[in-house]
Design a protein around this ligand. Sequence first.
Ligand code: GAL
Length: 689
Amino acid sequence: MPAIIPRVTGLCYGGDYNPEQWPEDVWVEDVALMREAGVTLATVGVFSWAWLQPAPDRWEFGWLDRVLDLLHAGGIAVDLATATASPPPWFSTAFPASLPVTADGRVLHHGSRQAYCPSSPDYRAAALTLVERLAGRYGDHPALALWHLNNEFACHVPACFCDTSAEAFRGWLRERYGTVEALNDAWGTAFWSQRYDDWSEIIPPRATPAQHNPAQALDFRRFSSAEVLSLCVAERDLLTRLTPGVPVTTNLMPTFTGLDHWAWAPELRGEGRLVSTDHYVMGDHPASPAAQIAFAADVSRSLAAGPWLLMEHSTSAVNWQPRNFAKPPGRLVRDALGHVARGSEGAMYFQWRASVSGGERWHSGMVPHAGTDSRIWREVVELGRHLRALADVDGATVAAPVAILLDYESHWAQEQGSQPSADMTCFDEIARWHRALWRAGIAADVAHPEADLSRYPVLLAPALYALSDAGAANLTGRVAAGAHLLVGPYSGVVDEHDRVRTGGYPGALRDLLGVRIEEFYPLPAGATVALTDGAHGHVWSELGRANDARVLAAFAEGPVAGSPALTRRRHGAGTAWYVGTRLSDGFLGELLADVTAGAGVTPTLPGTPPAVEAVRRSHPDGTSFLFLLNHGDEPATVPAAGEDLLTGGVWAGPTQVPAGGVVVLREAAAAAPLSQVPAQARPAAVEAA
Ligand code: GAL
């Protein structure tokens, strides 16, 4: 990845390396094993604060000097953490007010990690002192390839409710609203006697007798995300000033909704910066591991809007789920290459060597407890070989014709409770629509509704509860210009202050969709409602009419019988579709097939067997790499040809992909760019409205 991490050639491979957990003779073995596995990058020092600064006035860098020297001698580059993720016990003992506080007033103490309030001036000062010391000592070290800011900012403490945070929240609100009157208006404090007379009366949404003011709670989440971001930016700016040639990153969690990643990612993009992300497969989950990986990777790529790096995943089991499933043989390689297929510039793990003590001792590592005579180690070595063979993929991008609209703020607003139905989820529904496209083999990005969406012929809005006027105008403009937009139920119904848009739902999108809904009729848990086209809806139904749209299906039973369930309207050069219920996976897949076909969008590789995931990465010069991941138990035949980068062979076509295996082809001829994909005829069922 020459442009991003100049000191690493080809794809990155490695993981979190915590040498302080091991005696020094193990370090020597570690470096030898890293070389055997083909490791190119080690993330060092993530939780080392107490080892670097064991007391306020004592600094101990000798051990880290030796670690970095050893790694460098072994040809392994270092992603050096700023170590600010876990303040040592001496720190919170000296500064008890720096500890985070929950909404119900509980103080979270040291003895774990991330025990700091993001607004604590003492934490910030101590963290930046540590960063400065590290920069001064290692800025010129030849092993230093990348700075790793903190670690998964806010993963345990997305918000703090202490008095210091309350003061900072008030400061943020003053900036946002200017006057208390404007805040009262935005928050709708006429309700329940919540009117504020002075800034000093405003507090975070701490434990209350009944539900919070939704706008207050939403603003507190915005504030909290911004407050943690300011810590990240402070570390970044300090390092950029002190060590200008060394790129910086922090490991985001793309499917963690505690932060507004659309605000975070731009701070980590561009010259000298890198978006990196972590992802762990959930064991008990409706989506398969492969579908989970595809979603996380697509979100990562979209956030990065360019190269990104998978900074953490696991070689096998994690330790923090109710049941921690080991990966079956072969999954290690397939999971890692699933991320690489979707744009990651390598595969990094938590962690290099599995711990023997501490809360994560049952978490897998690249070197498992069993040592190198183990399945995991053999697969780790195999993956290293594959990543070396894929060096030319470095820098190639994935082009997606579909954007799925995702707004973390809207998710926060919708998930706050006191909603028409607790089953009306947001983020999960977005992931479910992504899965439907993934099954169809159609590449998708995610995008914010106010972003530049001009390159996408298809826009999907599975769950866009809160939508600003600017967002609605953007979508309307895109449809007018020719995009095909499909909107899910309960979208556009409130503004950015969670204030209901009156005059009929779906509020901000009512005119574009040509539909006017009067009342929601959520369904009982597990119930379905029949539609006139033979499909069934779940979770949701609604009473209304299509003013200016063609009704493709109506509700067929119950109190809303006759109301529109699926509509379509021509607007300018494009088409606006609306579905007023939640379709089961099968019917959703059919609907998405209609919408994408109507826009001329085809799968990445038509004719791919269902068990095989096909993803293409291309360089600007047209060189393209086709990743074929067979998630099935049988070998598969795929209509593709090219040089097999992992074996060195050539497939004249078709290509055989072993059961559970991966083939990566350097394709013989450049694939047609999206703009050249011929528009397909629309299926008769969806002919002109
Ligand atoms: C991540 C974290 C790592 C480790 C890992 C375990 O969230 O950044 O430090 O805890 O989870 O899965």
